[in-house]
Ligand binder design. Structure first.
Ligand SMILES: [Zn+2]
Length: 296
């Protein structure tokens, strides 16, 4: 049911708070409700208040206890719609758009975006391998009366994409050899087969015994040479730029980083029919770790 989520399924499945709680319960405790404090599975339901009572330690809790939903006064339905819109819209959703759709204040919508984005961060991503395209791009505000070359309030973003695989995106300090090489070393497997870039000289020297480095000579209008091109990473740049124009007016460095995490999550899950469910699972997990430390 949570496979290939669309707006009709969303309306059917999450028609009431009750229904949302049931889905959350199934996702959180697929093998039956357990006490978040003592792990006992001898639990009584207190239907009147939608809570559980632990028969072992008498702890009372709800399905939201210890999750990201706990401190929120927002109905679960609005959370779920927000998650759906953020993961399923190709260009993402700004806090402004969410505020209008969900009929909540801008502040609430901003908080929602923020929490959902945080949950999308993958802590230890797998190194990219095989054939990897790497590129960097300038993102950010235009300024009037300055020449084309002006880069003053722009930010460099580095991107690495495995052919037919995942992407890694990150805000960089600059596009020097040192910065780009360490970006590549951070996200690309040491023994990857090949790295394709454009002819920006800072990439030189990235090859070694088990890794080829090939370039397309963009400055000489060469874009594709057989297998060698950077079209995958260029596609990500166009996705990024279209959505920045559409939904994000001001881009600070900090917000851009969070936004890149969101874009990465959507891109890396582009063929995942369970994207909606998996994002909800991340939201449930996100606070549970801190919570478990708290009640330990
Ligand atoms: Zn207990």
């Amino acid at each position: 049911m949570l496979k290939n989520m669309d707006i009709m399924k969303l309306m059917d499945k999450f028609h009431s708070e009750e229904a949302c709680r049931e889905v959350l319960e199934d996702m959180r405790w697929p093998d039956g409700v357990t006490c978040p404090r003592c792990n006992s599975n001898s639990i009584s339901r207190v239907y009147e208040y939608n809570i559980f009572d632990c028969n072992s330690c008498r702890y009372q809790f709800s399905v939201k206890t210890g999750t990201i939903f706990h401190d929120s006064h927002l109905p679960l339905r609005k959370w779920f719609v927000a998650v759906f819109l953020m993961v399923e819209s190709r260009k993402g959703m700004s806090a402004n758009q969410l505020s209008r759709v969900l009929k909540v204040s801008y502040k609430t919508a901003w908080y929602l975006c923020h929490r959902i984005r945080q949950a999308m961060i993958v802590d230890s991503p797998v190194p990219l391998s095989k054939v990897v395209e790497v590129d960097e791009t300038w993102v950010g505000g235009k300024r009037k009366n300055v020449g084309h070359g002006y880069k003053g309030n722009k930010v460099v973003v580095g991107g690495a994409v495995q052919r037919d695989g995942e992407a890694r995106l990150q805000v960089l300090d600059d596009r020097t050899r040192e910065v780009l090489h360490s970006f590549i070393k951070k996200y690309v497997a040491n023994n990857t087969e090949a790295i394709y870039t454009d002819d920006w000289p800072a990439y030189n020297g990235i090859a070694d015994n088990d890794t080829r480095h090939e370039t397309v000579n963009h400055s000489a209008e060469e874009w594709v040479r057989g297998e060698v091109h950077t079209n995958y990473v260029e596609n990500i740049w166009s996705l990024l730029k279209r959505s920045l124009v559409g939904s994000y007016h001001k881009v600070s460095k900090k917000h851009l980083e969070a936004y890149l995490d969101e874009l990465e999550w959507r891109f890396n899950n582009r063929n995942n029919p369970y994207l909606f469910r998996d994002t909800l699972l991340k939201l449930i997990e996100a606070d549970r770790l801190t919570y478990e430390n708290l009640v330990a």
